[in-house]
Design a protein around this ligand. Sequence first.
Ligand code: URA
Length: 231
Amino acid sequence: MERLDKLLANTGHWSRKEAHTLIKAGRVRVEGVLAQAKDQKVPAGATVTVDGEPLGPTGPVYLMLHKPQGLVSSTEDPREQTVLSLLPQHLQRLGLFPVGRLDKDTTGLLLLTNDGPLSHALLSPRRHVDKVYEVEVAGELDQADVAAFAAGMTLSDGYTCLPAGLEPTGPSSGLVTLHEGKYHQVKRMCAARGKPVTRLKRISFGPLALDSALSPGEWRPLTEPETALLR
Ligand code: URA
């Protein structure tokens, strides 16, 4: 059971106050019956309509964003434009946050959700959720780099990485697969090989691949099967 005003506000379309106004104005129905009070309890799965239109999703929200360059992966920032600013107002009210971070100059797949427990599970170091990146470096990638990634390299701060995949796709480009997510990890691993990253794009996160229909800056909700895969 959920309070009617909370249910309306959870869609992100209205504040609680606006929800009260809608209810008072007789624009809200629960299972076809005119809503009486803002604190009316609504059973899970009940059909709620506003002006005859069924409510959109009221549970947790999961979005796939193709992060463009130049935006920061945080919810608020005093100086920089955040990834959340790409979303319409009603979604910005839902308490969404990025699942992990991509650097300001990194592009690609970023999940946004307001499901704290799922985000926590996906980021847990124990889970080893795979992330795949397309990388371009200054210099040429060789078999010694592949072997160093596979062995689990030690970074300049003494941290020893888990074994990682490096698959060259051209002289200066490759696919990097990480089973963990440390700060600036791909950049630091490539730098440790003397080959600084010049371009970085995440193309998959766990079971999800970046949707090729999304241009940088575009996003879409995850489908039900995609959400189930994440779980
Ligand atoms: N590794 C990095 O160095 N940067 C990112 O944005 C993601 C992984």
